[in-house]
Write a protein that binds this ligand. Structure first.
Ligand code: AMP
Length: 208
């Protein structure tokens, strides 16, 4: 490697020490979803990246945490009191943080993480990811947001994003804020290289 370019590459790489994973509380109909969630957890642990997530033991949420823990990694759950029943909360996490509301939960997960990965999930997962995207769009954070497109699950969303741009409801320069990849390693590499778009910062966290 040309030593002259090394500092430039280094400067453009973001080191992520913790990643928030949003994903389904269901398992999906295809075993590839659960397998990929478990393997993503293992990968995060191998890379010494802490998992921040919703604290449940159900579905993909439980699988990603189990994957982290199986490799001796750190899995931190953030869960509201009303969901923290024996049936829902994961009992073996490195730390389980209890909060009062769903809003507080999302803000805490955001505060604790350097980046966000969304795996397949339902409305809850979508709501969480889109809120992070809108906060980024408003300039409230500059964290990389990745969509782990297992089994083509999010192909339709990719098409819909293009419709949003084509029809003039999403700025073309913002579309790259959501990085999409079929491969977990590839997605992490994309997120490490992420350069946030310059967006007007017309509101602050205090005004929301
Ligand atoms: P789902 O993708 O619907 O299986 O939900 C996955 C995650 O989203 C879980 O952590 C749920 O607690 C959370 N969730 C479910 N419904 C909502 C909601 N209406 N608003 C915010 N988060 C939700």
């Amino acid at each position: 490697m040309n030593i002259d370019v090394y500092p430039i590459i280094f400067a453009a790489t973001m080191i992520m020490k913790s990643i928030c994973v949003f994903c389904g509380s269901g398992s999906g109909n295809d075993s590839r979803y659960m397998d990929a969630a478990y393997q993503l957890g293992q990968l995060l642990a191998e890379k010494n990246i802490k998992l921040i997530y919703g604290g449940a033991k159900l579905g993909l949420m439980g699988a990603v945490a189990d994957g982290v823990l199986s490799e001796g990694g750190t899995a931190i759950g953030v869960i509201p009191h009303f969901l923290c029943t024996k049936e829902v909360a994961h009992g073996g996490l490195s730390e389980l943080m209890l909060v009062d509301t769903m809003h507080e939960r999302k803000l805490k997960m955001h505060e604790l993480s350097d980046g966000i990965i969304t795996m397949p999930g339902g409305w809850g997962t979508m709501e969480e990811m889109f809120e992070m995207l809108t906060w980024g769009q408003l300039g409230m954070h500059q964290k990389p947001i990745g969509l782990y497109n297992i089994n083509g699950y999010y192909d339709g969303l990719r098409t819909f994003h293009q419709t949003m741009v084509n029809e003039g409801f999403l700025k073309r320069e913002l579309i790259d804020m959501l990085m999409m990849n079929e491969d977990a390693d590839g997605l992490l590499a994309q997120m490490e290289r992420y350069t946030p778009p310059v967006v007007p910062r017309w509101i602050t966290e205090e005004t929301t």
